[in-house]
Structure formats: C-alpha cells, structure tokens
Design a protein around this ligand. Structure first.
Ligand code: HEC
Length: 474
C-alpha cells in the first residue's frame, strides 16, 4: 500500500537539518554584521532567512505527519512540536523586522529568541529519536549522573497478594516488560520499530509486521523473540542483557495465547498453567524468602575475569540485589553445559548464593561441583533430571535455605540428605514421584520445614489434629 503520509513523515529527520543549517548561517551572518560591522553579506543574509522560513515550514509539515504515525508519546512530542512552531514564528518575525523595520533593538531580540528556540527544539527532537540523555551516554557514569543522563536498569519486582485475582498484564507482564524491555522499546527508543510501554503500541507490533499475539504461540512474534536461540538477532532481550527466566517467558506465553487482553484475570485465562507455575516456582518463593536468603555478612567483589569466562558459556550471572556482591547464577541458557565449562564457578564460591538450574541434566559430576558451592542458600532444579545420581551428592550445602525440586524424580532415600541441610526452611516437592504417605512422613520427621506440594502446604501443627490435603493446582 502507498502511504504518502508515512513516506513524507519519514523524511522529517532528514529535512530538519535544512532549517538548522540555514538558521545557523543566518545567525553567523547576523553576528558578523553586529560585531564586525560587515554589511556586504546583507543580500545573502536576507535570502538565507527566506530559505530558513521555507525549510522550517517543510520540517513542521513532515514532523506533523511523522507524529501521526503514532510511535511517539504525546507528552514528549508536544515540547518539540510547539518549539518547532515557535521557531517558525520567530524566524518569520525576524525576517519581517530585518526587511521592514529600522529598529535594531527588536531585530536583535528576535535573533536571540530564534537562536534559543533552535537549540531547544533541536534538543527535544534529539531526545525523541535517540532517547533522553543520548548526548551524555559516552560520559563516565559519575559525571553522567550529575548531568542527569542516567539510564538505570530497574529492579524486577511483583506485588501480588492473591494470584487468582491478579491481572495478567498489569501485575505480571507489564513489570517484566518494564524492567527488561523498555530501555529499547519505549518512549526512549523504538528498536525494531516496536514500543512495549503501552498496550496500544504493543498491539501495533514492530517492523516485521508479524502479529505479537496468536493463539498458536509459534506464530507470535513476541513469543518467538523471547524463545529464539541466543545467537539469533531476534532473541530478546539481546545477548548480554539480563535475560528472562523460563517461568517468566512461559507466563508471558499464557498472556500471548489469550490474545494480549489488558484486563484479563489470572483465573480467567485459558490456559493459565504457566502463570501458576511461574508464581509457584519463582514468585511465592521470592516473596517468602528473598530477604533472609541473602547472608548478612558482606563479601568481597567477585573476580570479573571468572565472571566473563562463565558468561562466555552462556551462563547468566547477576548480583542478587542492588549494591550486593553476592551473585545469582543461572543455567537456563546453558542447560546442556559440560561440567568442564562449569569449573570456573569454584572461583566464585564465596559469592554465589543462588543457583538456577531448572530443566537441566544433572550428572554426578555436576552435582559434585555444585556441592562445593557451600555458600548456596537457594537452588532451583525444577524439572531437572537426576537419573543416575542422588541428592546425597549435595550433602555439603549446609547453608541451603530453600530448594525447588518440582518435577524431579527422587526417592525417599534421597531425602535423607535433609539431615545435612540444617538451615533448610522450604522445599518444593510438587510433581515429584513421592506419594502422599511419603510426603506426610517427611513432614512428620521435619515439622518445622515448609513443604510445598503445589499450592498446598502441609500444615505443621500437632500431629493428632493434622489434616493433609493434596489438591493438585489447576
Ligand atoms: C538492548 C536493546 C533491546 C532490548 C533490551 C530489547 N530489545 Fe527487542 N529489539 C531490539 C532490536 C535492536 C530489535 C530489532 C531486531 C531485528 O530487527 O533483528 C528488536 C526487535 C524486537 C521484536 C521484533 C519486532 C518486529 O516485529 O520485528 C520484538 C517482538 C522484540 N524486540 C521484543 C522485545 C522484548 C519482549 C523485550 C524484553 C523482554 C525486548 N525486545 C528487549 C532491541 C532490544
């Protein structure tokens, strides 16, 4: 389809350079006139002022068309747009005064105003295309903060009191997009011609024109971007950025296949299994334990070279909190990693306290290595396979406070290791092959342990009044 509006609009970033250039020349010629008393440029000066008017009118028209393409937020455009209109008005005023009035006082006032408006409008326009603080980005961070060009990653937090009545977009998806995608897909920047900071833009999609939403996830550009291999240009967030957890990806998947409805409640979504799983595996755990999962004593900074080496094998490493030297290590992008590539972890024994290794093949060698990470307070190995080995291989982890064994094949003898994990407060045993009697036996043996079997926690009350319920989650 031929879209004249879009075609002309997209010339705006090119055309704006004309009035900038012309007005700058006019300013230089006028300055020569004022300070050097040079009169001989007068005819050129008047011509340049006329061209400035023409060019700035053209810039206004194309700018207006571009703004209608809908990729920019109104509040940010307004400054630039009114600045541009004021610039046209003051240029016309300046021209009129220069050619009709003999009062050099008003000439100079208009000249000053035009120069100022040129600077401001150009600056606001730059913010729109390159993002706020673009000019300052090359500065050292300390200096950048002083000048206000800071561009911080925001922490990912969720505030959900009841998952059933939570809203899929507002409470789950939007915070994830905000923390992990807005830096490149919002009012600041629109990489791939895509904005994700407002539901209306999300539904517009990006440059590929592929729909972001589809009941068949393999046809959703959004889900494809989140699940594409790391090397793929489409993989989001791009390599090197903080990645989404598998649970977050699948929770977004549930929203996508429901059509991206903004008012959808978790309990009404069809399907919603991944959202419940996300909540179970990631959030309820996080809510209950994150604080005391971080040791109180401090620790020295980890060796950057070791971190780089691990990252080169697609292992994700990030601090557990702002200003913390403790680290979380995740193998979600390196599930088939060889044990040799994990060896450098031993250089981070003091710092690594959280380990994410869901859906991994956990061999005896790998567990033996993990067993040396004795500062670990949290392990997530949901749906990992332990086929030839046993949890007994993790008996040294005496700081462990929570472990997620959802979907892992374990036997009652595996659980003898609980004697060694003296700090353990919570264990997820949902979808393991332990039967109800075995689970009850565990709870009786460790009454203080918070045993999560899928939404239902076995109550740790006196045994004679105990009622056990095992109702699988939807
Ligand atoms: C560091 C910048 C950056 C971040 C962060 C980022 N993206 Fe992107 N995104 C890009 C770039 C660059 C492209 C264009 C890639 C291409 O065309 O190959 C893109 C393209 C896309 C596209 C394809 C649009 C289309 O129709 O062609 C989707 C979907 C997408 N991103 C989603 C996301 C999501 C979801 C997140 C957050 C989880 C995210 N991106 C985070 C830079 C980023």
């Amino acid at each position: 389809m031929f879209d004249i509006q879009m075609l002309l609009g997209r010339f705006h970033p090119l055309i704006v350079h004309l009035p900038i250039g012309f007005i700058l020349i006019a300013i230089i010629l006028k300055s020569l006139e004022i300070f050097k008393k040079e009169e001989r440029y007068r005819p050129a000066f008047v011509l340049i002022l006329r061209l400035s008017i023409l060019a700035s009118v053209a810039a206004c028209i194309t700018g207006f068309l571009l703004s209608r393409s809908g990729n920019y937020p109104d509040r940010d455009i307004n400054f630039h747009m009114y600045g541009g209109l004021a610039l046209v008005a003051s240029t016309i005023g300046w021209y009129w005064l220069e050619t009709n009035s003999s009062s050099s006082k008003y000439n100079r006032l208009c000249f000053g105003i035009t120069g100022l408006l040129l600077l401001l409008t150009g600056h606001w326009g730059g913010d729109l295309t390159h993002g706020k603080g673009y000019l300052l980005q090359g500065l050292p961070p300390q200096l950048r903060n002083i000048l206000g060009g800071e561009d911080k990653d925001i922490a990912l937090t969720f505030d959900i009191s009841n998952i059933d009545s939570a809203m899929v977009y507002h409470d789950i998806v939007q915070p994830i997009l905000e923390a992990r995608c807005y830096t490149c897909h919002s009012d600041k920047k629109q990489k791939g011609d895509l904005r994700l900071d407002d539901i209306q833009y999300i539904h517009q999609g990006g440059e590929s024109g592929e729909p972001l939403f589809h009941s068949d996830l393999s046809k959703s550009q959004l889900y494809k971007a989140l699940t594409a291999p790391m090397e793929d240009d489409l993989h989001m967030p791009p390599k090197g950025k903080t990645q989404l957890s598998v649970f977050q990806i699948e929770a977004i998947g549930d929203w996508v296949s429901n059509g991206g409805d903004i008012n959808l409640l978790v309990q009404d979504a069809q399907p919603n299994a991944a959202i419940y799983k996300w909540y179970e595996d990631e959030l309820s755990d996080q809510k209950l334990f994150d604080n005391f999962l971080i040791p109180e004593q401090s620790v020295s900074k980890a060796d950057e070279n070791v971190i780089k080496e691990l990252q080169s094998s697609n292992i994700l490493i990030q601090p557990v909190g702002e200003n913390s030297n403790f680290l979380e290590v995740s193998l979600i992008n390196a599930r088939d990693i060889e044990v040799e590539a994990l060896q450098p972890l031993l250089g981070l024994v003091e710092q690594v306290i959280w380990l994410e290794m869901p859906n991994c093949e956990l061999t005896e060698e790998k567990l033996a290595l993990v067993n040396q990470l004795t500062t670990l307070t949290k392990i997530n190995m949901a749906h990992s396979s332990l086929s030839e080995t046993s949890l007994q291989n993790l008996a040294n982890l005496n700081q462990l406070k929570t472990i997620n064994l959802t979907g892992v094949n374990i036997s009652p003898t595996d659980l003898e290791v609980l004697n060694k994990w003296t700090e353990l407060k919570k264990i997820f045993l949902y979808q393991t092959n332990l039967n109800n009697e075995e689970l009850i036996a565990v709870q009786q043996q460790y009454p203080a342990l918070d045993l999560d079997t899928g939404g239902y926690q076995l109550p740790s009350i006196p045994e004679d009044t105990m009622v056990y319920k095992f109702i699988p989650k939807k």
